[in-house]
Design a protein around this ligand. Sequence first.
Ligand code: CP3
Length: 333
Amino acid sequence: MSLIKKCIIDKDVSYKPIWLMRQAGRYLPEFRDIRKKNKNFINLCLNTKLVPEITLQPIKRFDLDAAIIFSDILMIPYGLGQSVTFNKGFGPELGIIDKSNLSNINEKNFKKKLDPIYNSMKIISENEILKNKDFIGFVGAPWTLLVYIINKVSPKKNLKKNFFTEQSLIDELLKLLVKYIKIHILNQIKSGATIIQVFDSWAGLLEEKDLEKYIYEPTKEIIDFIRTLNVPSICFPRNIKNYKKFVNIVNPDVISIDYNVNPKKILEEIDIPVQGGLNPVKLLEDKATLKQEAKKYLKVFKNHPYIFNLGHGVLPETNPNMVEYLIKFIKDN
Ligand code: CP3
């Protein structure tokens, strides 16, 4: 059994496995070389020669316990026929979507558009380098995808004022998203994913009264579905106010925490395995500070199943030597 599965399934506390969100990305010079020559990010995510190479770049460099498919949560809106572009320094920009678009959507077209991702995943999962390691597939949670689809750009701190005005479009999209997120998960598992992480980056934008409809209910449906496939699930509901309630209702196998969460409080509140927490800016500081911060998490979760990770993705300005130092420190402890 992989070390991450020992932690999740056997609740083994003796070893703290490690992988990092955005472990393949712009902080690696070998990624920047490829990115420079491939300006279209969506096309890069659909490149079956480069995606396996990029996904395995951090595995070749560092002693990580899992690879994560190099892709994006916005490949689902793309698969549903919405245009998605990434502009330098601005982030993603999505095209118009209205009710007339929705009737054109079908599973065959969706699968056809995203097939290169599944082909890359098959290639990656067969690579010897992943023997005894996990291969993480992922999706955006229904709420976070709805935010991008309706808002068209990253909401930064707030949703646009008229976000909820087209209620019937929102209701229809939410149902559609749950269906296609499940399809995307199933296809990733069929292509070799051994764990699924659900990113809910904008969970923190909702008021308490809206959590049931937009977060708890649809995410629980996704997690129940993953469970029927016998694959562990990790939920990352960034900035959610009540983790205990989220875990009780949604019931994922692992809860991933962001860097604003007090790890001691989580330990008191939650029984399931925990992942992450370390602020990615600590990788920009000196080694002694980084080590001290990492130690804090190891100490809190000493007797609790814990997967070491960050509280958000590796920052582009990170020195790969600091990543190497962190991984080595975790492995030696
Ligand atoms: O973790 C990994 O290494 C796997 C790859 C991965 C990417 N995006 C690649 C990517 C994963 C897991 C994601 C998830 C994702 N994408 C999320 C959830 C996690 C989070 O960050 O909250 C979200 C909200 C997105 C949407 C998205 N994609 C944004 C907002 C941006 C632009 C901002 C940014 O960080 O650059 C992207 C682009 C993106 N996705 C890049 C990468 C490597 C950068 C593209 C580039 O090189 O310019």
